[in-house]
Design a protein around this ligand. Sequence first.
Ligand SMILES: [Zn+2]
Length: 338
Amino acid sequence: MRRLCLLPLVFALTCAESQPYGVEIDGEQIPVIDMHLHPGDWDSIPPETRSYLTERFPFPFKLNAAKLAAGILSPSGIVEELDAAGIHAGVLFAVYAPRTVGIATNELVIRGVGQYPRRLLGLASLRVDRWATDSASQLARLEAALSKEGMIGIKLAHAHMHFRMDDPAYFGIYELAGRLGKAVYLHTGSSPFPGTSREPAYTDPTYLEPAIAAYPQTIFILGHLGYDFANRQPGALEACLELARRYPNVYLEPSALGSEGSDPDGENFKKTFERIKESGVIDRVIYGSDGPQSPGFVATYLERTVAAMQAAGYTADEVRAVLSGNFVRVFGREWLIQ
Ligand SMILES: [Zn+2]
């Protein structure tokens, strides 16, 4: 796959040669899949979170954040960000967290995946805020969403959705995932968003162990590697590595923690990749950015990730495993990177 240069016409001559997709390491072109992207509807994001996000848009974008966000958060806006970053494919997340980050419905994700079937896949989600009365219907809706083309797993964020990681009342979600052969992606670590739960039972992946052990058929992807976003510290990284070492159904996803805002000098990110290598679990890391956030974030996050892996001494094969190889081993669909 080749990517087109999107620079204005005046620069067209300088980029007559289209750039290949992927990142170049030691002369090898390595394909990339970004497993963590948020499509959205700006109007459904709670006001405090909207201002939090607006602050992160660089000048002059923050002057018209609503219009910009509406464009960049649409499936076509996201595909443009992937193109600009040279990324082959991405995974859209549905989110049901009305009190914190807002709602991106399964239907929205399914529509986006349907619009770009060769570029986008999706994770479905569900509401858990009335679980005592509607768990059966929520699980049925989730199952229906997962039956749609390109829907490869379930997105959960205990801290945003306010349920404990070790509460067996919700284990039906993990059971369903295993039965359908879908993965579960879980936000781990503290969240920077207003209104999220900060206690360990909602953020520390150690609390997931009973579920991980009870459902060996279910793949658990520990998002953000337990990073403590509130204090910009590695947080529960060691707990994530320990779980990955002990359970073959545990995977790790390094999104957001290495961003300019969360790790300004890139030191924590580099140390994180060193610890992953020392722990012998590079084969469990699946790349994601947590974009699109703001224009260019998806591309910058990929650059920062590659820089951190190179600083940590990763070989081209190890970089390849993280950026797309492990994804394809877990989810198939090798055609995404061809
Ligand atoms: Zn996210």
